[in-house]
Design a binder for this molecule. Structure first.
Ligand SMILES: [Zn+2]
Length: 643
């Protein structure tokens, strides 16, 4: 019996490696939480049970929890960090997050946030624990053996902070009473890189996938939106049972809201007595909920929130076609927070801006399903989301992002800087290229692999994570071809959804889908701050042949698209692969004559190309006419000839 079993395992492993599927293990959790909210004192008392499945190959002698709200206390790590960044000035502005500033320092006793653990047991046995501000360290009385499960039971008590950043009460900006994100003790993720007990100082999250069953007892005047699906909709009414219905009467002072979400790595909810509720049902798709604060006698406000629901419905087929299917039964856009912040099956947005709506909607793909460790790979989360957001926005409005700049020039025709900028930006993702070039000019660039919490400046963090990450993806299309890049994105979704991919995983998918070696691209673009600059060096005729020499000026090597335009109105594209690619992209435009040249060995500073026409026939030569290559000096990319 045993031998047959081992043989089975052997063939099973052989099968796994033959299919090429990722064999990553990952932990799983099942949360059951019952919480009671006191809306007078702003306190939450909760009971939490976690069934924790250790799928790793290691025995674990400790676990960690996040206690995010302990950050909202004067002199906390988050407060110190914000005030430290506030001392730096970039372009005349203090570098701190304008929402945080020194606000934590000024919180009063009844305005601070905290999370206190009353008791913690593992399999019924009390466990010793130690606070490290926003991280709870639990040194277990007995290890959790590999491939086994344990049950943690916890009682906790929290004070909801006055809203400073993302979560809290009585938001000064939106008036929303409770934005309940990062609100419960959340077990940290353990993966093949080990534990990730990242202290909360500002940004970025990471969590364990699992199921959440959350019961909230709160004053009956409150209305709620949250992650998951409300399973006692019949008791609540208010559009959760049927569109347009009102809140059902309740004989007790508090009402019970019971949400369940499956295969998610976090849980958010928000509450306000004045909330309004719009729903949309999508055929064969999720139910959409839009929950927002009423502005009395302001129907324009209702219309704006109605637009949120309709826009989200309109863009979903486009999103699913390009980025993969939305698998959950529901999604909610909830008024709250500060700006926009993503959570599983829901987002908190501070207003009905469609830009924010598209961005947060896309986070359902790049974070909720492709849950990278945001702290370590913030560019794979914010950058990929921003990349998708740009295309969703273009689909919705029918306008590429370069049009924003061109429209600005129409209104401001004498702006020479704007004219130069427009000539350096590609059609799509124009804003991110523009921000990337500004970052290079500022000299505040850092490698994109910097941990989100550890960038020297907020400016460097945000442009690296959002813009340089977005440029990474558009520029990948330049290297492998746009159509192949689109296939990479679908394959990335199919191979790595719900698996916590990292940058190596993404690059491997891109290599498999393109047949092109890309490790050099990761090394230069992600792990260094080297920049790209290519130039047309010289042109001449020799033995009846025309020659062009191109020069690598910057330190980062790239493949080159060189377009030649001739007097007779024709043009041709010359593709010069870089030797470390070991392949070339296919012609991108079937209607254009395209010639694939010999590879450029990157160590050689110049490359000479021969073409079969008299030099006097040439009127223009241009490196990368699509402007997808983030060349930091475009002035030397083209030459125009008047013979
Ligand atoms: Zn984002």
């Amino acid at each position: 019996m045993r031998n047959i079993f081992l043989l089975f395992i052997f063939y099973f492993l052989l099968f796994l490696s033959a299919t090429g599927q990722s064999q990553k293990w990952q932990q799983s959790v099942k949360y059951t939480m019952v919480v009671d909210v006191d809306t007078l004192s702003n306190h939450v008392n909760g009971k939490q049970k976690i069934i924790y499945q250790n799928n790793s190959i290691d025995d674990l002698d400790k676990v960690y929890y996040h206690l995010y709200w302990n950050a909202f206390q004067p002199n906390s790590s988050m407060d110190s960090r914000s005030r430290e960044l506030g001392k730096k000035v970039n372009n005349g502005r203090q570098d701190w997050d304008g929402r945080v500033r020194d606000r934590i320092l000024n919180l009063k006793e009844n305005e601070i946030g905290y999370q206190k653990i009353i008791s913690l047991k593992m399999n019924g046995i009390p466990q010793p624990f130690k606070y490290h501000e926003t991280i709870l360290e639990v040194n277990l009385t007995k290890p959790i053996l590999a491939k086994t499960a344990v049950v943690f039971e916890m009682e906790f008590e929290s004070q909801i902070p006055l809203q400073v950043r993302r979560s809290g009460r009585d938001n000064p900006q939106t008036g929303v009473r409770y934005s309940m994100s990062q609100w419960y003790p959340k077990i940290c993720e353990y993966d093949e890189e080990g534990w990730h007990p990242t202290p909360y100082v500002a940004r970025e999250f990471y969590g364990v996938w699992g199921d959440f069953d959350v019961t909230i007892n709160i004053d009956k005047s409150y209305k709620l939106g949250g992650t998951g699906v409300l399973i006692n909709a019949n008791q609540i009414g208010w559009g959760y049972d049927k569109p347009g219905t009102s809140l059902k009467p309740c004989s007790t002072s508090k009402r019970v809201w019971h949400f369940v979400g499956k295969n998610i790595h976090d849980f958010v909810w928000a509450a306000d007595p004045d909330y309004k509720h719009i729903t949309r049902t999508i055929k064969n798709g999720p139910a959409l909920h839009v929950i927002y604060n009423d502005v009395p006698n302001n129907s324009a406000n209702d219309t704006l929130w109605m637009n949120v629901a309709d826009a989200a419905v309109k863009v979903l087929p486009f999103i699913e076609q390009h980025f993969g299917k939305y698998p959950y039964p529901q999604y909610s856009f909830i008024h709250g927070g500060d700006g926009g912040m993503e959570y599983p099956m829901a987002t908190l947005i501070s207003g009905p801006s469609l830009g924010t709506v598209f961005h947060e909607w896309m986070h359902s793909w790049y974070q909720m399903m492709l849950g990278t460790n945001e702290g370590k790979y913030s560019w794979m989360d914010e950058g990929f989301t921003s990349y998708a957001e740009d295309l969703v926005t273009k689909f919705y409005y029918g306008k590429a992002s370069i049009m924003e700049y061109k429209d600005a020039l129409i209104n401001n025709p004498k702006n020479e800087d704007l004219k130069i900028l427009i000539n350096t930006l590609p059609e799509d993702h124009a804003g991110s290229y523009s921000s990337y070039f500004a970052l290079i000019k500022s000299k505040l660039d850092e490698p994109m692999c910097t941990h989100a919490d550890h960038y020297n400046t907020n400016f460097g963090y945000s442009i690296n994570s959002y813009s340089k990450g977005e440029v990474f993806m558009e520029q990948l299309g330049y290297i492998v071809g746009a159509a192949v890049r689109d296939k990479i994105l679908i394959r990335y979704y199919n191979d790595y959804k719900f698996k916590h991919p990292n940058d190596y995983d993404f690059i491997r998918v891109a290599e498999k889908a393109s047949g092109i070696q890309l490790d050099w691209y990761q090394e230069y673009w992600v792990h260094s701050t080297k920049t790209i600059d290519y130039a047309i060096d010289s042109l001449w005729e020799e033995n009846g042949q025309s020659k062009i020499r191109i020069k690598r000026v910057g330190l980062m090597p790239m493949p080159i698209d060189l377009q030649l335009n001739f007097k007779d109105g024709t043009n041709e594209m010359h593709l010069i692969p870089m030797n470390e690619m070991f392949a070339a992209k296919l012609p991108e435009d079937k209607n254009q004559k395209t010639i694939t040249e010999d590879e450029w060995i990157w160590t050689r500073p110049t490359y000479t190309l021969t073409f079969n026409k008299r030099l006097t026939e040439l009127v223009k030569a241009e490196i990368d006419p699509s402007k997808r290559m983030a060349d930091v000096d475009r002035k030397n990319n083209q030459i125009e000839l008047n013979w």
